[in-house]
Design a protein around this ligand. Sequence first.
Ligand code: AVJ
Length: 343
Amino acid sequence: MSAGYRVLGPQILKDLHDPVRDFAYDVLVGLSERPKRLPSKYFYDDAGSRYFQRIMALPEYYLTDCELEILLKHAGDMVASLASRGPLNLVDLGAGDGKKTLVVIEHLRKLGADFTFVPIDISEGAMRQLVGTVRERMPDVRVEGLVSEYADGVHYLGREHGDRQNLVLFLGSNIGNFSMLQARAFLRRLWSVLRDGDHVMIGFDLKKDIEVLLAAYNDSEGVTAAFNLNLLRRMNRELGADFDLSAFRHYGTYNVFSGAMESYLVSLAPQVVRLDALEQSFAFDAWEPLHTEYSYKYLRTDVDLLARETGFTVETRFEDERRWFVEALWRVMKSTPTPRPRS
Ligand code: AVJ
C-alpha cells in the first residue's frame, strides 16, 4: 500500500508509484503462475471502463437494473437520517460512470444536506466523465474526485481530517471481485479509517439460478468477451506485448463450490507471447486458461455475518422485486469486540 512518493531525509526519495511498472510486475507474476491469472483491476483502462458501461446496459446484465431499482425506491429512506446529522462526505469507491450514485446525490440535495461528493475510481477517463456530468447537471455539488485504486483511496480517506461524517458507497457488487477472505480484510481496513457512527452502503449480488448468472457474464452481443479481451489489447499497448486477440476465447463459468462467477481467456492454440516490457516470453498450450476475474455471489446470511465480523452493524437492507440483489447500509461500531471468524 502506498500513496505517491515520500521524501525520507535528504538522500532517500521513495517513488512508490509507477503504474506501468506495477502493471508489468503483476503480469509477470500472474503469467508465471499455473493456472495463469491476471488481477481484474487491470480491466479498467479508459476503453475497458467504456466496455463496462456497455455491459451495464445489456439486458442480461441484471445487476445494474436491480440496484438502480432498489436505489430509486429506497435511497431516500436510507440517507434521510444521515443527512439530518450534519455535514457529510459522500465517498464512492469504484464510482465508474456514477449513474447509481447520482440517485443518492439527488436525494441528498432534496433533503438539503451539506455534503461533498468524493468519487474514487481507477480510470481517469471515467472520472473525468463523471465529474463533467455532475458539474453540468448539478453545478451546486462540491466534487473532489480521486483517480486511484481502492487501497490508495482508503488510505486517502484515512488522512482526510475534519468533523464530517462519512457515507462510503461501494456499489454494483464491486465487492464481488474479492474473495471472502479479501472482502473481510478490505472491510476491516475501511472500518479502521472510518469513525464511530460513519456508514457504508454496499451492493451485494445474491446467489441465484445459475442460468441467470451464466447469461449475465456471457452476453449474446459479446460485449463481455470484448471487455475481457481488452486486457490483452492493453498489454499489447502498454507493455509491448504481441497477443493475437483472435487466438483467445472468453469463457465465463460459475463455480458452485466457491460461489463465484469466474472469467477466463482460453488459448485456442499453442502459442508464445512476447512482452517487451518484461523482456520475457510466455508459452500457452492449446486450451490453457488465463483467469481474469472472480465475481463472488452472496447468501443473505453471508451478508449479515460479514457486517458483524468486520465491526459494522446492519442498519437497513433492501432487495429488488426479483430478490436478486441486496443494498446494505451498515454503521461503523467502534469499541465493541468483533466476533471471531468461523474457522
Ligand atoms: C464491476 C466487478 C461488479 O463482477 O459483475 C461485469 C465486472 N465483469 N461483467 C462484475 C464485470 C464481467 C462487474 N463488477
